[in-house]
Design a protein. Structure first.
Length: 695
């Protein structure tokens, strides 16, 4: 249960004064969350310093300054003209115009009466050799000079929201910060010179010093550290809980695996063999395995998992394979079941959509141990699913599941070995942050004989040629993925929506040839569209990134990504991995609109290499360059206060600290433990605290 002291932080935004039902959704959109705490985590992007007070003629173009001027005259725009309303002011050095579009004259006349002296603060622009300020941020009479803040935070906004409204909401949120007990080690605080939590937050939001926003400022570092510590502590608790339980020793005999190997049309690569050897060594131990298997798309993780599952069965246990979607579960079942059966094992499929007698039969087979292997979605881990003796659970595409699901799994098979697989390689520097609770194996080699994917960058202006190319590919019997970045046309960013693109392609290729799949479709409807494509009934699948992970269509050998500059590097790499699975030469066309420098670097990196590990490192480097790259899809944890490029040193400290804390106080029951529990709640790690004995 969240401690009451945190209630004000987890109250809805509307609990803040001045934030009503109209403003709250706008703030929620800007800060990515509808709680007061989300607003606090929304740190300013910059500071406006208004302390400069030059004379008018000393100003330079672009300078933000506060000027003391006399109002000379108002110049209303001639009626129906597009010209702005101007108020000409001056000091002893010269004249400056204040410029207003869509002005309300009565308001301006009262704020800037002719002959009066006023302080005006804003960004000075030099236009045709003369200084002007359009829409000053502040106008105040000399006796109210303190209404103009010396330094002011600048926040990321959303349409309809202003700096003033968001700034005021943030100040009100800061005004109700609870006094929280210090959770950090006093030695660390002293060594780093960090302020207390509340002071750090207040400093950063208030732009207390011009450097307050630098990632290396003590206040910023402290906030980043708190977030990293919460994450590391959560991982360490999960890891400690998992390892505290005895595991099953699953040494195997090799008998079933040998039959599977005989049935396979290929031999394993050296990389697959060495990953398998690491997995086997863990399984043989009487402790629980918690291992991450990383391998690029197409590197052959499934067969490694299958052989590990066979080893569990050889040892008298059962094995489960969990995929993130129904479609993927079915696809894996289609691969796994025949091989399992060839070896004399029985496999069942269990997804949310399997109901009735069939489901009952599958459940009975698992409970009685007649079925040794279960393939499914998270439906596998619902309450009514009972295994006779679950020895190994494999989770495919781990990044779609969180720590919570991992915990749920541990509860299912209390001593179950766990193998999680991901096709999104994690840069070594980030392994700790993302998977600090696991050991890891890598398959850094693809099976032989794969043709490289021809990757090209094409300007969107050449769309017609691309469409013609797609038409030819389809005529030649190939299938094509066409990926678009957004579901619906959005007025702010006029990108072609999937629906429009599908309609346009249907005009060229015929209505029946074009399928559509996107995230706003209902699950069954979307799966049906995928199935049509899989079965070859549709030849082009226009989709959003829902096709990103795992889907395997052998005849699909062309992928077009529209507005590729909008996608993250890791994500583009995943998308490209959808093709190049069959024997035909494949191509990937990255259509770009406006290229920023980073976007260009991203796309050329992608063209230069198809090594997922190299791409992951480049992704991190470019992310460090400050561009947001769809963290959610990339499998990396999302931090709101920490910047992994800037705070890598803190990650290591947090990691060591978390280990030390749990070694001394495994249930977080002591005084610092109580403060640390509060930290975990603060970062919404409630489910982790729930696994601790109540302190
Ligand atoms: P991923 O790692 O992306 O899950 P898969 O396990 O789906 O990759 O394997 C991709 C394809 O490669 C599958 O068709 C699989 O049968 C094939 N494959 C796996 N291992 C090998 C190998 N050693 N030699 C040849 N083909 C292989
Ligand atoms: Mg796979």
């Amino acid at each position: 249960m969240r401690p009451p002291i945190l209630y004000p932080l987890f109250a809805p935004l509307t609990s803040l004064p001045g934030v009503g039902p109209r403003i709250a959704p706008l703030i929620a959109r800007a800060v990515d969350g509808d709680k007061v705490v989300d607003l606090l985590w929304h740190l300013p992007q910059g500071c406006i310093d208004r302390t400069a007070r030059p004379a008018v003629m000393e100003t330079t173009d672009g300078l933000t300054a506060t000027l003391t001027v006399r109002v000379l005259r108002h110049e209303a725009a001639p009626p129906k003209s597009r010209s702005p309303y101007r108020v000409v002011c001056a000091d002893d050095s010269g004249e400056i115009a204040l410029v207003f579009f869509h002005a309300r004259e009565d308001y301006l006349r009262s704020a800037l009466p002719e002959g009066a002296t006023r302080l005006v603060s804003g960004r000075v622009e030099w236009f045709r050799g003369a200084p002007q300020i359009s829409h000053p941020d502040y106008i105040a009479p000399p006796d109210k000079a303190d209404e103009i803040p010396a330094v002011e935070a600048v926040y990321g906004l959303t349409g309809g929201l202003t700096q003033r409204v968001l700034g005021k909401a943030a100040r009100n949120a800061l005004a109700r910060l609870p006094e929280l007990a210090e959770w950090n080690d006093p030695h660390l605080l002293r060594r780093e010179g960090w302020p207390a939590w509340g002071a750090a937050l207040a400093d950063v939001h208030a732009c207390a010093t011009p450097e307050a926003l630098s990632p290396q400022h003590p206040a910023r570092r402290r906030l980043a550290f708190d977030e990293l510590l919460a994450a590391q502590l959560a991982l360490s608790v999960v890891r400690a809980k998992a390892r505290a339980r005895p595991g099953l020793a699953l040494p195997g005999t090799g008998a079933l695996a040998a039959r599977i190997r005989t049935a396979l049309p290929f031999t394993l690569t050296a990389a697959q063999e060495s990953a398998l050897a690491e997995i086997h060594a863990d399984m043989a131990q009487p402790t629980r395995m918690l291992r991450l298997l990383q391998g690029d798309v197409g590197s052959g993780k499934t067969v490694v998992a299958l052989l590990a599952m066979a080893r569990a069965v050889e040892s008298g246990a059962q094995a489960a394979f969990m995929a993130p979607t129904d479609l993927l579960a079915r696809q894996h079942f289609a691969t796994i079941a025949p091989l399992a059966e060839a070896a004399g094992m029985s496999a069942v499929l269990l997804t949310g959509r399997d109901k009735g007698a069939e489901r009952a039969a599958a459940l009975a087979a698992l409970a009685e141990g007649r079925a040794q292997i279960a393939v499914g979605t998270h439906a596998l881990f619902q309450d009514d699913v009972a295994f006779r003796r679950l020895g190994l659970a494999v989770i495919d595409e781990q990044h779609r599941f969180g720590v919570r699901q991992r915990l749920m799994l541990s509860d299912k098979g209390r001593d179950t070995d766990l193998l999680v697989m991901t096709a999104t390689p994690i840069p070594r520097t980030l392994m700790l942050a993302a998977y600090g609770d696991m050991d890891s194996s890598r398959i850094a080699e693809r099976p032989p004989g794969r043709l490289p994917i021809d990757t090209r960058l094409v300007a969107l202006s050449r769309l017609a040629e691309v469409v013609e190319g797609v038409r030819r590919a389809v005529a030649a019997g190939r299938q094509v993925y066409w990926v678009c970045p957004l579901v619906e046309g959005d007025e702010e960013t006029p990108l072609t929506s999937v629906e429009e693109r599908a309609a346009a392609l249907a005009q060229v290729l015929g209505k029946d040839a074009v399928g559509l799949a996107h995230g706003r479709m209902k699950g069954p409807e979307r799966d049906a569209a995928m199935q049509d494509f899989l079965a070859g009934r549709t030849r082009v699948l226009v989709a959003t990134t829902v096709i990103e992970v795992g889907v395997d269509v052998a005849d699909a050998s062309v992928i077009v990504v529209e507005h590729a500059e909008r996608f993250g590097l890791a994500q583009l790499h995943q998308l490209r991995g959808r093709v190049g699975r069959g024997s035909a030469a494949s191509s990937c066309l990255l259509l770009y609109g406006n290229l920023t420098e980073t976007a260009q670097e991203r796309l050329t990196t992608l063209r230069a290499t198809d090594d997922g590990f190299a791409i992951a490192e480049a992704d991190l480097r470019l992310r460090g360059a400050g561009e947001l790259l769809g963290t959610r899809q990339s499998g990396l944890p999302e931090f709101r206060l920490a910047d992994l490029a800037a705070h890598a040193d803190l990650l290591a400290i947090a990691r060591a600290d978390a280990e030390r804390i749990l070694a001394m106080d495994p249930e977080l029951a002591g005084a610092r433990g109580a403060a640390l529990r509060c930290l975990l709640y603060l970062f919404s790690r409630d489910s982790v605290v729930a696994t601790l004995r109540s302190g």
